[in-house]
Design a protein around this ligand. Structure first.
Ligand code: SF4
Length: 103
């Protein structure tokens, strides 16, 4: 298993108590590519830095990963890259998404 590079902004401990109901049939976030390696490095780098859940990742070999499961629905990635590589950003379907345990 590859080690993923740490990101600059994470709230792992805080979000570990939240619950997530993932809509496996309908991703609420989609990126503008067939393969993550095709995405602009600067734009993908923005997503790595701004996502508080650390859902956009790149390891030391440049291999990228993204999974909308675990999304906090903050919309930061939409603000950062809706004009470039975030092709779709919707609220999750009814009864899906994050349930905050605190706050
Ligand atoms: S909405 Fe927020 S938590 Fe979800 S993927 Fe975008 S930046 Fe990450």
């Amino acid at each position: 298993m590859k080690t993923l590079r740490p990101i600059t902004c994470r709230v792992d401990e805080l979000i570990s108590v939240d619950k997530f109901a993932v809509d496996e049939e309908n991703a609420h976030i989609e990126l503008a590519c067939d393969s993550l390696s095709e995405l602009d490095a600067v734009e993908f780098g923005k997503l790595i830095r701004v996502c508080p859940a650390g859902l956009y990742r790149e390891d030391e070999n440049g291999e990228r990963a993204f999974d909308y499961a675990g999304c906090l629905e903050c919309g930061t990635c939409r603000i950062a890259c809706a004009d470039t590589i975030v092709k779709k950003w919707n609220q999750p379907s009814a009864f899906c998404g994050v349930s905050y345990r605190f706050g």
